[in-house]
Design a protein around this ligand. Structure first.
Ligand code: F6R
Length: 240
């Protein structure tokens, strides 16, 4: 793991966007793995700015998102498809037919997970996978557990995650209790992983990445076995 410390969220967001920009310039048809949540929003804002002001070209890029609530319509303003359109896709020249998010509308979630996993395999591999991290160490929605799953699967969110995500909803009862998420293997198959960690609440989980221990109870620690992970964190996450 390579660690980059930034003074604040703005610097973290710009640093992450520059790494993405470099990848897209190097490889115009790059396959991007994308995340939702509050952490990557600043990076997406920088990418939109780079598109508008510097002509960063997304026309040949394709993307795969980590996860989606289940069941949930893609038109729902709480869906991750909606989030991606609002925060990135509607503001850049990406071909939307090349943007992929697991479908929260699928009748058969298992079939949808298998379809998504096949789609990922046919992409030729994600070139760079952006990750946020849960306070409990989840990546995607791979929650702490004795057993983690390798492939895209349906997961029951933990009470911790539901409580943390309730800030995006009117009331906690509105937070979906399930999600479709890429598995640990799907995430680890990305060539490069960009893990973004911001804010004092992520202090404990950031510390767990500094030694060489690995536990399924903090799923992000498995990233220590990947050969190309860049962790970008801010002072607030470092000092707690
Ligand atoms: C989002 C995702 C989640 C978030 C994590 C952190 O697609 O997969 O793992 O990255 O819950 O969320 P924020 O950034 O809101 O703290």
């Amino acid at each position: 793991m390579r660690f980059i410390q930034c003074k604040d969220y703005a610097e973290l967001s710009l640093t992450a966007a520059k790494i993405m920009q470099e990848k897209i310039i190097q490889k115009p048809n790059a396959v991007l793995g994308l995340a939702t949540g509050s952490t990557p929003v600043g990076m997406y804002q920088n990418l939109v700015k780079m598109h508008r002001e510097e002509g960063l070209d997304f026309s040949a890029v394709s993307s795969y998102n980590l996860d989606e609530y289940y069941p949930l319509s893609s038109d729902d303003s709480q869906s991750y498809r909606y989030f991606m359109n609002q925060n990135l896709f509607d503001h850049i020249n990406i071909d939307k037919s090349r943007t992929h998010v697991p479908s929260g509308e699928a009748k058969d979630p298992e079939a949808e997970c298998a379809r998504y996993e096949e789609l990922l395999a046919s992409s030729g591999g994600v070139d760079i996978q952006v990750l946020g991290i849960g306070e409990n160490g989840h990546i995607g929605f791979n929650e702490p557990a004795d057993i983690l799953h390798a492939k895209t699967h349906l997961i029951h969110l933990t009470q911790d995650t539901i409580a943390v995500n309730a800030r995006f909803f009117e009331k906690i009862e509105d937070v979906p209790t399930k999600a479709l998420t890429m598995g640990m293997g799907s995430i680890m198959s990305a060539k490069t992983i960009l893990l973004l960690i911001s804010g004092a609440k992520k202090h404990r989980v950031l510390r767990s990445l500094f030694d060489d221990s690995i536990t399924t109870q903090i799923p992000a620690t498995l990233l220590k076995t990947h050969s190309d992970v860049i962790v970008i964190y801010d002072d607030a996450a470092y000092h707690g």
